[in-house]
Each structure stands twice: as structure tokens, then as C-alpha cells.
Design a binder for this molecule. Structure first.
Ligand code: ADP
Ligand code: MG
Length: 338
């Protein structure tokens, strides 16, 4: 059987489609639904069932533990303590995720901002009331948002929120971190080639020199179709879009990704896919590029050493896309156009 036939076909966002020939016995695959029902799929190659089962148990335990660190919704999470107290000595995981968030904030002029929480809260409350936020509300909430008011002391593992009532929300960066952690666990069990998909946040590793993975990028307007296939050897592939999660107000959809500087929902791009080596970084960048839009988004990605992007938007009747430098030869589009 050729290596090409064995190559795995992945669907970014939500589901993984494996070519039929991949049912070779040494490929193991399992899905569970942590984090309030996000599909988390793990695939490993050339592995015994016993080893895979052990690794999966560890991945599930670790994911549960990390939920207790990053969860916005659980009162007993480490993040909830930080939000309540305004300052905390934090675990290495929380420190790293906030640190990566800050790095991406700096690189994107605040288009990504872990302190976007008050704006998210405003939209959530308004959506419940069936109305849009008003100018006054945007203005008053703006004062509570700003990555420059999040201070991180790496040496002492301390995070301080410098303004009262700030809220940190790691929804745009933590899943990428968790995907990487799961891939690390697989490798810790001696597995040489594998794929983790944490709700559209992929972590791939391939230390056996086999063919690159074929990663399908979801068509942003047709849930069951792929728009492109990326050829990726290892690292993170993360897609953000407005097609799955949004606020619905008066029959209209507003993206769940907000510009932290204004409170306005992202709107120009249909999706942004980032390829990078670290999951948390790719996750935060995919959210940021949705906010930055096509021109600024590509400009920022092209200025960063370890990130590539595929962005998709609509112009009238036409679906358009663009890729950053260095991704052209790794992408194959499956639909005509552009
Ligand atoms: P998803 O979680 O749907 O995969 P993202 O990774 O793009 O999508 O994260 C979106 C989540 O990140 C939102 O639900 C919210 O919790 C948070 N968020 C929204 N806008 C921003 C932003 N500009 N910067 C940081 N976090 C954001
Ligand atoms: Mg993200």
C-alpha cells in the first residue's frame, strides 16, 4: 500500500475524515467531548491498542485538569480565581497561555486581547435581551479592556489585572494549548506520528519522515465541504470563523469574535486558518486575523517568523481567498474561483 494512499485526510473545524485506506490496523482513533461538548479527536499511527488506550486515558485526565485551569464558566477554575481576585500566583499552564496571548496582542496591536471578557459579557447579556449594545455601553466597557493592564511577572508566576472589574477570557487561545498538550502525551508514549483535533485546533506530529498530512480546510459557507487542502508535516493548524458561533439578535448574526478595542464583532473575513508550530500561538493568531481583516491580517502574518495564514472572504457573489508568504506551495484549492 503506498504512503500516499495512507495519507490522512483531515477536516479542520469539527470533524476528521479519514480516507478509507486508512483503516489499516495500526491506526488508532478515538473521540471524546470535553469542555462543554467540544469534539476532541485523537489519532495515532503504528501503535498498539494497549498503548493508545493508556495515552487516551492520560489525555482525558489532563484535558479535564486543564479545564479546571482555563475554564471561564467554572467558578472553581484557576482563571475564575484570577478574575475574582484581580491578581494571582498562577500555574505554569495559565502563565504560558496568558503570555502567548500577550505576545499576540503586541503583534496585532490589540486585535487579540485576553481581557476582552467585559465586551463578551456585554454581547451575551444583550443577546439574551434581544437587543444590540449601545454606544454608551461600548464606551463604558472599553475602559475595562486592554492587554496593557494585564501584567505578567514570569519570574514570580504572577498575573495582575490592573483595573477593577477586568475579566480575562481564554476562549481564543486555550484550545490550541490543550491540543499541543495532548500531542505531547502521545509522543510521551513513544508514538511517532499522530493528529489531535481539539474542536478545529489541530496538533500534528510526524517524526517518522512519512508524507505530510493532508489537512482539509472547511468551506466557510458549506459545513460539509472542504475548500482547500493543506499539506503540513507537523505543528498546529487552527481555523477561526464566524459560521459556527455567533450572537443572534433580531434575526441577524453577529460574530462571537470581537474587536477588543471597539467591541464591534469581526465581519470582513469568513474564516482564517493559521499554520504555526505552537498551538496556543496559532489559536490566538487565528482569532486576531479575523479581527484584523484581509489586508492588515496578511500584513501582520507576513511580518511574523513562525506563522502562515489562509484567509477567506466574500465579495458580492464571489468567494475570495488569499494566503500569506510561504503557504502558496502547501495549499491546494478544491473549488474554482478567486
Ligand atoms: P472558537 O473558540 O470558536 O474556535 P476562537 O479561537 O476564534 O474561536 O475564539 C473565540 C473566543 O475567544 C470567543 O468565544 C471569546 O471567548 C474569545 N474572544 C473573542 N474575541 C476575542 C479577541 N479579539 N481576543 C481574544 N479573545 C477573543
Ligand atoms: Mg482562536
Amino acid at each position: 500500500m503506498s504512503k500516499r494512499v495512507l495519507t490522512t485526510l483531515l477536516l479542520a473545524a469539527l470533524s476528521i475524515a479519514v480516507t478509507p485506506a486508512c483503516s489499516k490496523k495500526e491506526i488508532a482513533k478515538a473521540t471524546f467531548m470535553p469542555m462543554g461538548g467540544i469534539p476532541f479527536t485523537v489519532q495515532a499511527y503504528d501503535v498498539s491498542t494497549a498503548t493508545f488506550d493508556k495515552a487516551m486515558t492520560e489525555i482525558q485526565e489532563e484535558t479535564e485538569r486543564l479545564e479546571g485551569v482555563f475554564s471561564f464558566h467554572r467558578d472553581d477554575s484557576e482563571l475564575a480565581t484570577l478574575n475574582r481576585e484581580g491578581k494571582a500566583k498562577v500555574s505554569p499552564e495559565l502563565l504560558r497561555v496568558i503570555q502567548v496571548g500577550q505576545l499576540v496582542s503586541n503583534a496585532t496591536d490589540g486585535a487579540f486581547d485576553v481581557s476582552v471578557g467585559p465586551m463578551i459579557d456585554l454581547w451575551r447579556r444583550c443577546a439574551e435581551l434581544g437587543r444590540l449594545p449601545n454606544e454608551e455601553e461600548f464606551e463604558s466597557h472599553k475602559e475595562l479592556v486592554g492587554f496593557r493592564f494585564v501584567s505578567v511577572n514570569v519570574n514570580e508566576s504572577r498575573v495582575t489585572l490592573q483595573r477593577k472589574n477586568m475579566i480575562v477570557d481564554l476562549g481564543g487561545v486555550a484550545k490550541g494549548f490543550i491540543a499541543d498538550r495532548a500531542a505531547d502525551i502521545l509522543q510521551g508514549h513513544g508514538i511517532k506520528r499522530g493528529i489531535v483535533d481539539a474542536g478545529g485546533n489541530l496538533a500534528l506530529f510526524n517524526s517518522v519522515g512519512e508524507e505530510p498530512f493532508k489537512v482539509g480546510v472547511r468551506h466557510p459557507e458549506r459545513p460539509n465541504e472542504r475548500i482547500a487542502v493543506l499539506s503540513i508535516d507537523s505543528g498546529a493548524v487552527v481555523t477561526s470563523g464566524c459560521y459556527e458561533r455567533f450572537y443572534e439578535i433580531g434575526g441577524a448574526h453577529y460574530c462571537h469574535i470581537l474587536d477588543p478595542r471597539t467591541g464591534q464583532p469581526a465581519g470582513e473575513l469568513l474564516s482564517a486558518t493559521i499554520v504555526a508550530s505552537e498551538g496556543a500561538y496559532a489559536d490566538a493568531l487565528s482569532t486576531a486575523v479575523m479581527v484584523l481583516g484581509k489586508e492588515k491580517g496578511l500584513q501582520v502574518i507576513n511580518s511574523l517568523p513562525d506563522a502562515k495564514a489562509l484567509i477567506i472572504w466574500r465579495e458580492g457573489n464571489e468567494l475570495k481567498w488569499a494566503v500569506s508568504n510561504g503557504l502558496e506551495d502547501k495549499v491546494q484549492f478544491l473549488v474554482p474561483g478567486n
